[in-house]
Design a protein around this ligand. Structure first.
Ligand SMILES: Nc1ncnc2c1ncn2[C@@H]1O[C@H](COP(=O)(O)OP(=O)(O)O)[C@@H](O)[C@H]1O
Ligand SMILES: [Mg+2]
Length: 349
């Protein structure tokens, strides 16, 4: 029996979605193997640990220790949940966590970095310009319209804007107001996503490809989280060689970025069968309405088993370290390096 901190909420725009993912996980965890403790990170950065408010991450982590939590099941999405920040915090604190490590999370989180790396594998990516140094005039001249304007470190379509002309482009640029913007040529085709999940032996395997048919042709926030607005087809009705090609591309990205346990890569499938890579998510949605759990179910892997695989892959290797004991200063003698086991990630660097 292991005590698992199910961490949800967070400081990102995806706070609410993360709460559903986390609560669903608590409901589904196999109680014969795991004892869940609910951790809700507030929008203000406070931690609610098993119903008791702690002022921040330091006190929250200390409370986890007090409750005997051996591992954190990260059900956080977006900024400071999926971008490597909490991963680095937990690693430094010597608390094991599920999913990708610091470096893999950060690379996947940055859409520019991820697509540049994917392109080195020969995977097709949309043509793009990065602003600055490129300008809106360059976009008009070199890419043409329509384009998608993205905060490269945004999340959940809240930071993605389609633009059909120069006016919309300028509006999108000023709305997003990010330090760097990724402007991508719109790719025509079907929208697909490929979830990856570790098998029982900890080897990453593609789950069935999912096709998303959104109303309005743009998979936006409402579509993503409102049941029944977008149609999701699992497995996607595709000729097997085309599905395989997309699955191989997603697996190659997962491996190259050193991702762990799970990921979900989004593509536009062109009419000629080429999957064009958009982005990879390291903690995709885990609500009943989410794509990875649905694809897992289609492959005969029930939701509790999905969670067990995440926990097992995080549980491999070293025991929980006591590298950083905030309140008492009794930092145990274990070395920082052995406290967690980001094996996949390190092997890629
Ligand atoms: N270059 C593109 N061509 C066509 N559609 C795109 C393109 N970029 C984004 N989209 C659409 O916008 C959605 C959100 O973009 P994505 O990069 O996956 O960001 P996020 O999922 O983080 O919001 C995609 O699922 C897709 O429907
Ligand atoms: Mg996406």
């Amino acid at each position: 029996m292991r005590t698992v901190a199910v961490v949800m909420g967070g400081m990102s725009s995806e706070h609410e979605v993360s709460l559903s993912s986390g609560r669903e996980a608590i409901r589904a965890l196999d109680r014969r193997r795991y004892r869940p403790v609910e951790i809700v990170i507030g929008r203000d950065g406070s931690w609610l640990v098993d119903g008791i408010r702690r002022d921040g991450a330091l006190e929250g982590a200390e409370a986890l220790r007090g409750l005997g939590c051996e591992i954190a099941l990260l059900m956080l999405h977006g900024q400071r949940g999926e971008d490597g920040a909490i991963q680095g915090f937990l690693e430094t604190a010597g608390i094991r966590y599920t999913g990708s490590g610091v470096g893999g999370s950060a690379l996947a989180w940055d859409k520019i970095a991820a697509k540049r790396l994917a392109a080195t594998l020969g995977i097709a990516v949309p043509g793009d310009l990065v602003l600055p140094p490129a300008t809106a005039d360059d976009v008009e001249r070199e890419l043409g319209f329509p384009v998608f304007v993205k905060d490269p470190c945004g999340g959940s379509s809240l930071e993605v804007r389609p633009a059909r002309d120069a006016g919309e482009l300028r509006r999108a640029v000023s709305d997003l107001g990010a330090r760097r913007l990724l402007v991508e040529k719109a790719v025509e085709g079907r929208e697909i996503t490929v979830p990856i999940l570790d098998d029982e032996d900890g080897v990453p395997r593609p789950l069935p490809v999912v096709e998303i048919r959104a109303k309005g042709g743009f998979f936006d926030y409402e579509n993503k989280y409102t049941k029944g607005v977008a149609e999701e087809i699992v497995p996607a009705p595709l000729p097997p060689p085309i599905a395989r090609r997309a699955a191989e591309a997603a697996l190659a990205v997962h491996r190259l970025l050193g991702l762990r346990a799970m990921s979900r890569s989004d593509f536009i499938l062109r009419d000629d069968g080429t999957p064009v890579f958009l982005e990879v998510n390291t903690i995709p949605g885990m609500t009943p309405n989410s794509l990875l759990p649905k694809a897992a179910a289609a492959a005969g892997i029930a939701f509790p088993e999905v969670l067990a695989r995440l926990l097992e892959s995080a549980g491999k290797g070293a025991t929980m370290g006591r590298t950083w004991n905030v309140s008492s200063g009794r930092s145990g003698g274990r070395s920082t390096g052995s406290s967690t086991a980001p094996t996949a990630e390190r092997s890629s660097s």
